[in-house]
Design a protein around this ligand. Structure first.
Ligand SMILES: [Fe+2]
Length: 313
């Protein structure tokens, strides 16, 4: 089962200038063949289908644990798309190629690629052969890094840059993890393949703070008790920097999400968000909840509801 923590794995900036074309481009990192839905679902199905766990536990723990991190990556991609769509006026998007964001998605991210083609289970490779699956996963992370770099180059929106800077570093960790698993299982010297593709993350400004924080060499354990045996695989020197790889015995602390404002021209959350807010307040009071909302967001602003009222009146 999944224990959900209401935090983002990295900090994303608040909405700035809307970027509908950029949001369409970032969709490739969600539902493209090498997007985060693919990494999430590949590792999830491989872990669901994994047999002989007790005999081969470190490899099972590695795949299952990385799957959990990928859930947070699809959340970050969605948050980035939603940030870039905030403030778009749907009367101005007639010339935009990607209309599903408005006429179907209500200015929300979609499980689709940059052309609007839905993500498909055809992208999942769960063969039942551990070496085959690990090789596939190494290749998947390699392609995912290429895709992130291209989106980085195509989009200069601050949210897209923050997202790709973070995911390039974390995807690199997963690539190292699968390489190390293959080395330990087969004796192949995977370190000779690095960096693959040739992305100098240390030179990318949005990667630098994450590298300084050591995010390029840490594998987090996304469970209070389980997946302890990842340490048997994720160890030794980082193939690019030579630093020791490190397993962190908990999930990252994370960052409060940005609470994005309602977009009234597509009725999200409805044409009268202040009415829903009033109903929610009554229900909260009846349930004995405190006056102050319990959830945590980056832009905690008690005046949000009144601002919505102002905007509508
Ligand atoms: Fe990922």
């Amino acid at each position: 089962m999944i224990l959900r923590i209401d935090r983002w794995q990295t900090e994303l900036p608040p909405p700035s200038t809307p970027d509908p074309a950029g949001a369409a481009t970032v969709q490739e990192l969600m539902g493209g063949k090498f997007g985060e839905m693919s990494t999430l679902m590949n590792y999830t199905f491989q872990s669901f289908n994994y047999r002989f766990r007790q005999g081969t536990r470190p490899f099972y723990d590695l795949i299952a644990n990385i799957a959990a991190e990928e859930y947070g990556h699809i959340e970050l991609v969605a948050a980035t798309i939603n940030t870039m769509l905030t403030g778009v006026d749907i009367r101005d998007v007639e010339s935009e190629a990607y209309k599903h964001h408005y006429n179907f998605g209500g200015k929300g991210a979609l499980p689709a690629d940059s052309h609007g083609t839905p993500w498909t289970g055809d992208y999942v490779h769960s063969s039942g052969d551990l070496v085959e699956d690990l090789t596939h996963n190494y290749f998947l992370e390699t392609g995912a890094r290429s895709g992130k770099l291209r989106v980085y180059e195509m989009c200069d929106h601050p949210a897209a840059r923050a997202l790709t800077g973070y995911l390039l570093v974390r995807g690199g960790v997963h690539q190292v993890a699968y390489a190390r698993a293959l080395e330990k299982l087969t004796g192949a010297d995977m370190s000779k393949l690095f960096p693959s593709p040739r992305i100098p993350t240390a030179k990318i400004p949005e990667c630098q703070p994450h590298i300084e924080a050591g995010e390029h060499k840490k594998l987090y354990r996304f469970s209070p008790e389980d997946y302890r045996e990842v340490i048997a695989v994720f160890n030794g020197p980082h193939p690019e920097t030579g630093e020791d790889l490190e397993v962190v015995d908990h999930a990252p602390e994370g960052f409060p999400p940005q609470d994005l404002p309602p977009e009234t021209d597509v009725f999200a959350p409805d044409y009268a968000p202040e009415e829903i807010a009033e109903i929610a307040q009554k229900l909260r009071k009846a349930a004995g909840l405190p006056d102050k909302v319990t959830g945590i967001v980056a832009n905690d602003d008690d005046g949000l509801v009144s601002k919505v009222k102002d905007k509508l009146s």
